[in-house]
Design a protein around this ligand. Sequence first.
Ligand code: CUA
Length: 157
Amino acid sequence: MHMPRLEKIWIAIGIATMAAFFVTLITLAVASDLNPPSTEGMTIDPTRVMQTPPFDKPGLHQIGPHLYEAYYVGQIFQWSPRELKVPAGSTVRFFVTSTDVVHGFTIPTADVNAEVMPGWISEVDHTFNSPGTYLVLCNQYCGAGHANMFSRVEVTR
Ligand code: CUA
C-alpha cells in the first residue's frame, strides 16, 4: 500500500503524542502515589467486608456534638445504608467501600464524590448546612442495575 510521506509523518506524530501522554500519566500516578480519596490509605479484604466491623453494620455513628461517621457498602446494585438522618449543621465523614466492582459514591447536590474500589476504604467529608433530601448516586457504570443504585441522606432542621 502506498502512503504519502506527509501522512506517515503525521501518523508518527500522533502515535508519539499518545505515547508521551501515556508515559506522563503513568509516571505522575506512580510518582505521586495516586489513590482514591482517603486520609489514611485504609484497605480492607473485599471478600470479607460484611464480616469486618464497622462495615458489617453499615450506618451512622455519632462521634461528637455535630460530627458523625457514616459507613457505606457499595455492591451491585445498592448502597447500604439505604437512608440516614442527620440534623442540619452536621459534618458527616463518609467511609465507603465495595464488595465487588468499582462504584462511584456521589452526592451531586453536596459536592461529595469518591471513587469506590474493592479493597480500599474511601473517605470524604461534608458539612450539611441546608435541610433537605440529598440523593446518593453511583457515578461509575457498574452493570445493568447501575441506575438503581441510590440512597438518601435526610438532613433535618
Ligand atoms: Cu454502582 Cu454504578
